[in-house]
Write a protein that binds this ligand. Sequence first.
Ligand code: ZN
Length: 85
Amino acid sequence: MHRISRDISSVCHRGKKREGTFMHMFWDCHLLKSSWSSIHSFTHSVLDLQFDVSSSLYLLNDTYNLQLDHKKCRILILITYFAKK
Ligand SMILES: [Zn+2]
């Protein structure tokens, strides 16, 4: 938003310390860590599958390395959709 209007601060509106880049606002911000951790725990329990938390999975739906069947892949895509909302 700062690139559109210089009146809008480029600093993260949550933590107000770091620049609000895409990765910071959706993944790296320290105030989001507990949310992503909870979402990852929930995903583990629903899919009954062990995998590392990653920004490419949750932000870009990169499921290539997970070897999921079609049903679990759809569930994971739904979880990531609602998590980003
Ligand atoms: Zn932040």
